[in-house]
Design a protein around this ligand. Structure first.
Ligand code: G3P
Length: 221
């Protein structure tokens, strides 16, 4: 399973990329709006820091605007994936951009039928938003199961990119289903690193080592 970071925050991107954990990045206009500085420069910088796919989203809602923005975004880096919304114009742009060799991530997917149509339109990724479904009392992870089952019947080549992840249990469940990618807010990835017993265990090892050194002052590893 690939791990993407769902942020435009350069500090978090550098931190987790330096740990070797990141296969890609997803951004959206809301995430971009949380950051200071020049958005274009930030987008270009992200495409340089990260080797893998970087999803950058269009803000036009009509076909020709999406095509123009999609082609411009792709100039930011060879690893740019253009994110378009799950709308009729978005699917049309998905088909056209894909046929030009520009990979597309269709976002704001909330039903299996939307995922099926996005795959038929040549999307490299579909982004179902599971947390937002959970928020309204629907089964976000059930949607991932349904899309996984549908895609396994065919040969679309479209990857399921699980988005709107709220906590580490979402990640475990997505991995059990076999989703291709999870995109994680930095806080969720941070939580996945830790367990209280790891910290207690390490503290005990270190204090026992100190005791050993008091009896054998010259000991080194
Ligand atoms: O990648 C999409 C994701 O950012 C949406 O997350 O938490 O705004 O539902 P959220």
């Amino acid at each position: 399973m690939k791990i993407f970071l769902d942020t435009a925050n350069l500090e978090s991107i550098r931190k987790f990329n330096d740990m070797g954990l990141l296969d890609g990045i997803t951004t959206n206009p809301s995430l971009m709006s949380k950051e200071e500085g020049n958005p274009k420069a930030a987008m270009e910088e992200i495409t340089k820091i990260i080797q893998g796919d970087v999803s950058l989203e269009v803000v036009s809602t009509d076909y020709s605007g999406m095509m123009e923005e999609g082609r411009r975004l792709r100039e930011y880096g060879n690893n740019v994936v253009v994110k378009v919304p799950m709308t009729p114009d978005g699917l049309k742009a998905c088909k056209s951009l894909s046929s030009e060799g520009i990979p597309v991530n269709v976002t704001l997917i909330f039903s299996p039928n939307q995922a099926l149509l996005a795959a038929k339109s040549g999307a490299k990724y579909v982004s179902p938003f599971i947390g937002r479904l959970d928020d309204i009392g629907q089964d976000g992870m059930g949607l991932i199961k349904d899309i996984e089952e549908i895609f396994s019947n065919y040969d679309f080549g479209t990857e399921i990119l699980v988005a709107s992840i709220r906590h580490p249990v979402h990640v475990i469940d997505a991995a059990k289903i076999g989703a291709d990618v999870v995109t994680l807010p930095p806080a969720v990835l941070e939580k996945m690193l830790h367990h209280p017993l790891t910290k207690i265990g390490l503290d005990n090892f270190l204090s026992d080592w100190e005791k050993l050194k008091q009896k054998n002052p010259d000991t080194k590893i």
